[in-house]
Design a protein around this ligand. Structure first.
Ligand code: NAD
Length: 394
């Protein structure tokens, strides 16, 4: 099948297996160019197939030599439909890991369901005995609650309407967007999906099953960003969920002596989830330009490398709210002052002067396996790629 990108709004509905291979290979090569940290441990990555979760899995495996068990929610190829990018990424990740002699298995199931948790516990008991690292990198649009009801997360402001500049990436137009405030119900539901309740359930289950080592580390990811985006992010529905995630992390630390849980504030980056947040793509294109000019730009893999190399040391350096700061470069005054200046001036006519549209677009397409210069996109490609651990080959 010949696979081309099919972009609808902020998502690409096709994925290219050869490009996904390239994406995973390049991330692994980056990590392997670094000096190894010889601290192999058994790791569980929840949300392991794209974005921050995939890069964390790659860094855990190829930097530290970790055995990794991943949980994701992806789709296999069917009829004329390609698999999702995360499916291909995982198939190739497993292949690379196995070649290196590293254990790698993946569960493709809903990380909100009790059944998935039980399945994970069973596999840990059978294959690994115990784990000591948990990365919680879930970004989900909805959650099926234990009673079967389905709740959705929304990306809205809270309290009042928010008027802001925004970017239409298709037409390259800067326009004014009016984001309505969420209802109380919508905010509550967003917290249920993206907050800390599900993380607490996972930890309780894993701890009760006695599969956690004495010194287990739990890391989940969050974001705050500058004033410019606070109304839609930090003070918006997603920000309320992230506040709840931080509270859950503090509760976990109080409740379990054997666990040290951290929230890491990461850099804003193009991922399948962040592309969907209103206003954020304009901020990202401006941020990319400035951070590249200042030689500070990073992608998910560079962030994942710094997480293990610099931040998760024996005595992790935390901020006043006990958080890891991987957004340290993004939040430098030298970066944010320039972002603010650019934000005030940017409009449709001068967009290219202030925003890295090309960089954003390339990163976006790369996520789905497109726009790699060494992949021939006019060539027929087999889209039916198997994931070894899911087809019982290992
Ligand atoms: P992403 O969309 O690339 O990854 C989401 C992952 O969650 C995928 O592996 C997907 O398969 C999995 N997933 C989704 N629903 C699932 C379900 N029901 N069951 C099992 N797996 C499921 O997102 P991302 O941007 O890498 O986000 C990961 C985390 O990082 C989120 O908590 C996000 O808020 C946070 N974060 C993102 C940014 C950013 O700019 N992208 C910045 C800071 C923090």
């Amino acid at each position: 099948m010949i696979v081309k990108p099919k972009i609808r709004d902020f998502i690409c509905t096709t994925a290219h297996p050869k490009g996904a291979f390239e994406n995973v290979k390049r991330q692994i090569e980056y990590i392997k160019s670094k000096e190894k940290i010889n601290e192999s441990e058994n790791a569980l990555i929840i949300g392991c197939s794209t974005g921050y979760g995939l890069s964390s899995r790659i860094a855990a495996a190829f930097l530290k030599g970790c055995n990794t068990l991943g949980v994701m929610y992806e789709k296999e190829a069917k009829n004329k439909r390609t698999a999702t990018a995360g499916w291909y990424n995982t198939a190739f990740f497993e292949e690379f890991a196995l070649k290196e002699g590293l254990y790698a298995k993946t569960i493709n199931a809903d990380a909100f369901s009790e059944e998935t948790m039980e399945k994970v516990i069973k596999i840990i008991k059978k294959d690994l005995n115990k784990i000591s690292l948990i990365i919680y990198s879930l970004a989900a649009p909805r959650r099926t609650m234990p009673d079967g009801t389905i709740v959705s997360s929304v990306l809205k402001t809270t309290n009042e309407e928010f008027k802001s500049k925004s970017l239409n990436l298709e037409t390259k137009e800067v326009f004014e967007v009016l984001i309505p405030p969420a209802t109380e119900e919508e905010t509550k539901n967003t917290i249920k999906v993206m907050g800390g309740d599900n993380l607490k359930r996972w930890i309780e289950k894993l701890n009760d099953a006695d599969v956690l080592e004495k010194n287990t580390k739990v890391i989940s990811f969050s974001y705050e960003g500058p004033d410019l985006t606070h109304k839609i992010y930090k003070d918006g529905t997603i920000g309320k969920a992230k506040q709840n995630l931080l509270e859950a992390t503090n509760e976990i630390n109080k409740k379990y002596e054997n666990i040290k849980a951290y929230v890491s504030l990461n850099k804003a980056l193009v991922t399948q989830s962040s592309a969907a947040i209103p206003v954020v793509p304009l901020y990202l294109t401006i941020l990319y330009k400035i951070m590249k000019e200042q030689n500070l730009h990073e992608g998910c893999i560079e962030q994942a490398y710094r997480l293990f190399k610099e931040k998760l040391t024996k005595n992790p350096k935390l901020d006043e709210k006990n958080r890891i700061r991987l957004d340290d470069y993004e939040m430098l005054p030298s970066v944010q002052q320039e972002v603010k200046k650019a934000w005030e001036k940017v409009n449709t006519t001068n967009l290219e002067d202030f925003a890295d549209l090309e960089g954003y677009k390339k990163d976006f397409l790369n996520m789905f396996g497109f726009s790699f210069e060494n992949v021939n996109y006019d060539e027929d490609v087999d889209v039916n790629i198997k994931i070894k651990s899911l087809s019982n080959e290992i």
